[in-house]
Design a protein around this ligand. Structure first.
Ligand code: 2GN
Length: 438
């Protein structure tokens, strides 16, 4: 991030300096107190807990200042809403750094497409992209505030949990180019009909100053604004795949707009579509064919953080085993519990320790109980989850991954849905492997 004085930040956020001179320099912005380093501005967001409770910890880690929604006796910038202040700051940084912004949305494959677009653009430009699952009203400004100063192309993933989310993110980021990978068939059908989903995705045009690439899907036609430059892809559309050869671990294909055979080191036909979209973006920004080909052949993809998997016995698994904080834990529990049950199926959860939470870790684990409303069975794993076990009736608690795996494998029925969530360090990916291996 560019260095900004607290004076400047107060102006941008429409806030008031308190116990600050205005001359202090801020070098990074964080909302998770665990990530604060000397020179950070702390942003107390409302998550599972109120971020204001962690302001003291942020100062222990070297924060120079914090936003605060109330007067406190620490150096702060008083604001009416810390999230809005955070977003305003991101908008300012974007206006001054002026990278080209490429926005990507779609139900499935947006993460892959984002990674592929960034890989292709990286051949020619300093490129930065959304990390992990930072694709919402908090993650998108966070991404902007963490891009390196020299960034020329910024690839932003835009996620949609509720109608209107993408409109908001598009208005905030004002993309120069936008890609919709897919309409509908979202696993989490909060959005109602496919048409509502199409409308939601087309929200990406809200702040768009430039071309939209979208599926040739009749559902979107109603939502195309006047004067939009739109390029369609799919069967019969301008952008399409001409030849496709599927190998066990890679794809080889040709596209309608390039004279080259492309390969990607991943299987699955839809990945050819994702790669085609990346190749198109690359072409539009002048990346030479040979470099597009090279980038795609060597692309490395982020493992999807939250993904639906099928167990060997047919059960549905919602897997999120890479990181854990109390907010993310609560959000995924809410999401999972809101999904309709399979007929005759149970809703089960494996919850493992959230690591690196410090002295309040036991209390933060116990508090997960408040988010449990509609589960038929719970397997808890790890010493910290014993705190949660003590607060819930009828749960099983396991000390080792072996015991946990044995119990889940023996108990999981084909019609069940299973949520699996915990910190990376708890190695739940090994449980996932056991459950999904045929
Ligand atoms: O869902 S998110 O993970 N998200 C991130 C952005 O992209 C999209 C997805 C998310 C996470 C969201 Cl949307 C919002 C928030 Cl606020 C968070 C988040 O980071 N929440 C966190 C907490 C809460 N609630 S991080 C965190 C770490 N903190 C505990 C609470 C918490 C560690 C900590 C532990 C003990 C102390 C201080 C901090 C302590 N202080 N102990 N004694 N004094």
């Amino acid at each position: 991030m560019m260095k900004l004085s607290t004076q400047k930040i107060a102006e941008i956020a429409d806030g008031k300096l308190s116990l600050l001179t205005g001359a202090e320099m801020v070098r990074s912005v964080e909302f998770d107190s665990r990530l604060v380093t000397p020179g950070s501005l702390f942003v107390p967001l409302k998550g599972a807990r109120d971020g204001h409770d962690f302001i003291a910890t942020a100062f222990l880690s070297g924060a120079v200042a914090t936003f605060s929604e109330r007067a406190i006796d620490a150096p702060h910038i008083l604001v009416t809403n810390a999230l809005s202040a955070f977003q305003a700051l991101a908008r300012y940084v974007l206006d001054h750094a002026r990278p080209t912004v490429i926005a990507v949305t779609g139900s499935n494959g947006k993460t892959t497409t984002k990674d592929m677009i960034a890989a292709v653009l990286s051949e020619k430009f300093v490129t930065y992209k959304t990390q992990g699952n930072h694709n919402n009203e908090i993650g998108l400004p966070y991404t902007i505030l963490h891009m390196p100063r020299a960034t020329e192309k910024l690839v932003l993933e835009m996620g949609m949990d509720h109608p209107g989310d993408i409109d908001f993110l598009s208005a905030l980021a004002e993309p120069d180019f936008a890609v919709i990978t897919l309409i509908g068939e979202a696993h989490l059908e909060f959005m109602g009909s496919r048409e509502a989903i199409a409308k939601g995705k087309m929200g990406i045009t809200k702040g768009l100053h430039g071309e939209l690439v979208a599926p040739a899907d009749p559902l979107i036609e109603r939502f195309i604004p006047e004067n939009l430059e739109i390029t369609r892809f799919g069967d019969g559309a301008e952008l399409h795949i001409t030849k496709l050869i599927e190998h066990k671990d890679r794809l080889s294909f040709e596209v309608s707009f390039l004279d080259a055979t492309l390969t990607v080191p991943v299987p699955g036909k839809y990945n050819a579509t994702n790669a085609m979209l990346a190749a198109y973006v690359g072409m539009r920004y002048g990346v030479p064919d040979s470099q597009i080909k090279h980038a795609l052949a060597h692309v490395s993809l982020t493992k999807n953080r939250t993904e639906w998997l099928k167990a060997a016995n047919g059960a549905d698994i919602l897997s999120d085993v890479y990181n854990a904080n109390p907010t993310a834990m609560r959000l995924i529990l809410e999401t999972f519990q809101a999904i309709p049950r399979n007929k005759n199926g149970r809703k089960m959860a494996v919850l493992a320790d959230m690591l690196e939470l410090g002295v309040t870790a036991p209390e933060l684990h116990a508090a997960v109980a408040d988010s449990i409303t509609a589960l038929d069975g719970i397997y808890l794993y790890g010493p910290l989850m014993a705190q949660l076990a003590a607060r819930l009736p009828h749960v099983q608690h396991f000390e080792t991954l072996e015991q946990l795996t044995k119990a889940v494998v023996a108990d999981l029925a084909p019609d069940d849905q299973l949520l699996v969530k915990g910190s990376n360090g708890m190695k739940l990916s090994e449980l996932i492997l056991q459950l999904t291996e045929k």
